[in-house]
Design a protein around this ligand. Structure first.
Ligand code: F6R
Length: 633
């Protein structure tokens, strides 16, 4: 969603801001803008559409300003038009603001400000912020805390943020305070990068790492003043907070395409490495059933495990699909009743509170507003209850430095690193790996499956990286060819059962989000209860038929589709005669234990979605209307 960058230092700001915004493009946006201060004025340039449009407007303009803010906007309030693009300014055009989030009380504030004579030019919630700051700057008699008495601009921003409701992160500059960049955070991500005599801010670290690895993640309720001399942090109450940046270990190379046409394809190819990384991080590579030590070590607090009775998983989108596989594993291996709920539903209708319950938030970005709010709600409603109801929160994410990492005391880092393609691929596989580790950890502790079975599953997991490589090598060219045949297809159905039902959902989601083809994922047995009415020769059906408890059932369900003239594509075991006779097109994967099959069956579906979208010439990494990090409700 919206991206924020800011710069203050010794270099010309505008190129740094544009380069920073380019690093945030992956988050999704529909307009962009920058504002700088020079010769006592604010220079603000905005453009609808891609950053290239903004670049063209700035081309040839000499701008030596060494302070500025920039923004990529993902429309929430008001259409994606230039007049709604950020930065927004006050009436006198002395203050410019960029915001990520939603100011929920903007209507009341706007009305109050209009009554005081402020005129508004956009439909956005953000525009109230510069007007509000201007109001407080015009009232120097305000009761500033002693710490802020000498900093009128910072004090005005402090007062303004105290009147904002909702989730927001802002960066503010003023023509009258040209050596101060003020930033504030409340429930939306914002980090500060420390250079030598120069400082940066950004809503996401990829915009900072080309300049510095010394990064400070702001907490909710904090604001900061950045000057060429340093950074001062304060609470919204005005108290000074002492904090130091930490050093990021990231390599800038992870945010390059490295020869792949799209980030999504690169990330699909990173999956064998991701599985290896998870195995190294979570499991004892020498473990055998004869050992007395645990096979898995996730480094979690022991209190999470005590008398554990129930698990509830909260997530959105692809992470929710990973949660569904997690439920299967936790129930079938560890025997723990597990509920999976969309975070956006749970936060307004939480399931009844049960004792000894582990709540797991799954989110690749660690910033999804609904997931964070659902976890916060769970924590709050349990706090006043008896000890057995006290919150036990666990997060699964590849971004442990995110808001989730700050909010939840126990994190399983999935070690997938940053994902740039909007369609989640490697982070999904990594989340599922985290669930294998957790389910095996619990199964061992609870003695719900034999040590021999644990050894078997671990052995199978260790084979997976090589098997994923084999699928990528043997399938990609064929799938690329196959994709040509769906140039005009408008609907797809994906079928799966058991542990592969979530893969049917995931295959459908991948296809619809990047190729804009309508796709539905169904449990194969549910077809005849309604969706079968959709089938005809124009609707391809992709069935996931992996060996195991539901293999024959899925084949029968596929036959039912075939009888309605549907073109049948099967994700099937390699060299399977029956599958070859049933399906029109085969996407074969190595034969593995059913319990492990989702990590293979998902690979051809990712490739299929990718190649159909790429073939249609679509913007695979930044599909329309989507954002990588959904930081608003
Ligand atoms: C799908 C996709 C989205 C995300 C969802 C949750 O490819 O990327 O459905 O899975 O927005 O995002 P996170 O995992 O960041 O909470």
């Amino acid at each position: 969603m919206c991206g924020i960058v800011g710069y203050i230092g010794m270099q010309a700001a505008s190129e740094i801001l544009l380069a920073g915004l380019e690093k945030l493009e992956y988050r999704g946006y529909d307009s962009a803008g920058i504002a700088t201060v020079g010769e006592g004025e604010i220079h603000c340039v905005r453009a609808k559409g891609k950053l290239q449009n903004l670049r063209s407007k700035l081309d040839g303009i000499e701008n030596p300003s060494q302070i500025g803010i920039g923004h990529t906007r993902w429309a929430t309030h008001g259409k994606p038009e230039e007049y709604n693009a950020h930065p927004h300014m006050d009436v006198a055009q002395r203050i410019a603001v960029v915001q990520n989030g939603i100011v929920e009380n903007f209507r009341e504030l706007r009305l109050e400000l209009q009554q005081k004579g402020h005129e508004f030019k956009s439909d956005t919630d953000t525009e109230v912020i510069p007007h509000l700051i201007a109001e407080y700057l015009a009232r120097p008699e305000s009761a500033a805390p002693a710490t802020l008495a000498s900093s009128p601009f910072l004090e005005a921003v402090r007062q303004a943020v105290n009147h904002l409701e909702g989730a927001f992160a802002i960066a503010v500059i003023s023509a009258d305070y040209s050596d101060e960049l003020i930033v504030a955070r409340q429930q939306a991500p914002l980090s500060i990068g420390f250079g030598q005599g120069e400082f940066f801010c950004a809503s996401d670290t990829p915009a900072l790492i080309p300049h510095t690895r010394a990064v400070l993640t702001m907490e909710n309720g904090e604001l900061a003043k950045l000057t060429p001399l340093g950074v001062e942090i304060y609470s919204f109450a005005g108290d000074r907070i002492k904090k130091s940046p930490r050093t990021l270990t990231w390599n800038p190379i992870v945010v390059e395409k490295q020869g792949f046409k799209h980030f999504m394809l690169k990330e699909i190819y990173e999956q064998p490495g991701v599985v290896r990384g998870c195995l190294e991080a979570y499991t004892d590579s020498t473990w055998e059933a004869s050992h007395d030590t645990p096979p898995v070590n996730l480094g979690l607090d022991e209190s999470l495990y005590e008398n554990l009775d129930r698990v509830q998983i909260l997530a959105c989108g692809t992470s929710w699909h990973a949660g569904l596989i997690g439920k299967y594993l936790l129930e079938q291996l560890a025997g723990i009743p597990t509920m999976v709920q969309y975070a956006s539903e749970f936060r307004y209708a939480g399931a009844p509170v049960t004792p000894h319950t582990l709540t797991i938030g799954v989110t690749q970005s660690g910033e999804t507003a609904d997931t964070l709010a659902a976890l916060a709600m769970e924590k709050e409603r349990r706090k006043p209850l008896k000890p057995e109801y006290q919150p036990r929160l666990l997060g699964i994410t590849n971004r442990p430095e995110s808001s989730l990492g700050h909010m939840v005391p126990n994190i399983i880092d999935t070690h997938a690193g940053i994902e740039i393609g909007v369609a989640a691929t490697k982070t999904f596989v990594a989340q599922v790996m985290a669930f294998y580790a957790l389910a095996l950890d619990l199964a061992y502790r609870r003695n719900t499956v034999s040590k021999e079975r644990i050894q078997e599953i671990l052995g199978g997991l260790r084979q997976l990286p090589g098997q994923i490589e084999l699928v990528l090598e043997s399938q990609e060219r064929y799938i690329e060819e196959l994709a040509h045949e769906f140039g005009d297809t408008q609907d797809f159905i994906f079928l799966g059962r058991g542990i592969n039902f979530p893969i049917a959902l995931e295959g459908a989601l991948k296809l619809k989000e990047i190729s804009y083809i309508h796709a539905e994922g169904y449990p194969a047995g549910e077809m005849k209860h309604g969706p079968i009415a959709l089938l005809d020769a124009k609707v391809p059906v992709v069935a996931i038929a992996m060996p195991g408890s539901v293999y024959d059932k899925v084949l029968s369900n596929a036959q039912e589709a075939k009888a309605r003239d549907a073109r049948l594509i099967g994700v099937t075991p390699m060299d399977d005669k029956e599958a070859a006779e049933t399906f029109d097109d085969l996407l074969p994967v190595p034969v593995v234990d059913e319990m492990l099959s989702p990590l293979l069956s998902v690979i051809p579906l990712q490739l299929l979605a990718y190649h159909i979208a790429a073939r249609r010439g679509l913007d695979v990494d930044q599909p329309r209307n989507l954002a990588k990090s959904v930081t608003v409700e």
